[in-house]
Every structure is written in structure tokens, then in C-alpha cells.
Design a protein around this ligand. Structure first.
Ligand code: FES
Length: 123
């Protein structure tokens, strides 16, 4: 599969698709760490650092499309990055995810292409 990486974005290789099964998350170290989630076979990427303080969202509980911050339990929607409960009031960034040659790849700084913000493994 070929795709064009928009200028200004950073491409991050996360892992093989098989290494991130449904219900799991993987944190990727980058200038700003990224959390990549598999929700029923659809991959979502958001900033790992909670917008309220410095908690790592990849350490939170995942329920459907929502991840709960491990520190003060704000819940964020992986599809939009928006918080659904206080104390967080600002969204976290969402990033496009692609499946390339069986690998999960994040285009940091690029808005998700699918309406629901995720990427599916169609191979
Ligand atoms: S650090 Fe996430 S809600 Fe406070």
C-alpha cells in the first residue's frame, strides 16, 4: 500500500499488527509520546500525555472507544481526542493510523482519515 506522508508530519512504526491485539494499547516514544489502541480491530492513535496533567493514557483502562486516565479518571474518546468527563477539559491530539505491509504506522500530526478516526487492517 502506498501513501503520501504530508509535509510536517512524522511517521512512526509502532509494531506488527499481530503484536497489538484487540483491547490492547502500545506506547510509542516520540517527541511527544503517542498511545496506539486496538479497539475491535480498528487502530486509534492519540497523544499519550493527558491534557489535564502528565499521566500516561496508555496506562489507563480501555472501555470501548474510551480510555480512562489513571490519575483523575477523566475519560477520552479515542475517535476525537475529546474528554468526556472532568477534570480534563481540553482534548488530546488524534493522529492518522495506517496499516503498511502488516505493520501499524502512525502519521504524527496528520488528522485521521476515517470518519471514526481509526485504521482497519484489511489484509
Ligand atoms: S492527569 Fe488525567 S485527568 Fe488528571
Amino acid at each position: 500500500m502506498s501513501s503520501t506522508v504530508p509535509s510536517g508530519s512524522q511517521t512512526l512504526l509502532v509494531c506488527a499488527v499481530d503484536e497489538l491485539p484487540p483491547g490492547q494499547v502500545r506506547k510509542v516514544d516520540a517527541e511527544r509520546p503517542i498511545a496506539v489502541f486496538n479497539v475491535d480491530g480498528v487502530f486509534y492513535a492519540i497523544d499519550d500525555t493527558c491534557s489535564h496533567a502528565d499521566a500516561s493514557l496508555s496506562e489507563g483502562d480501555l472501555e470501548g472507544h474510551l480510555v480512562e486516565c489513571p490519575w483523575h479518571v477523566s475519560r477520552f474518546d479515542l475517535r476525537t481526542g475529546r474528554p468526556c468527563s472532568l477534570p480534563a477539559s481540553k482534548p488530546v491530539r488524534t493522529h492518522a493510523v495506517e496499516i503498511r505491509d502488516g505493520n501499524v504506522v502512525v502519521l504524527v500530526g496528520t488528522a485521521p482519515q476515517l470518519a471514526d478516526g481509526g485504521a482497519r487492517n484489511v489484509s
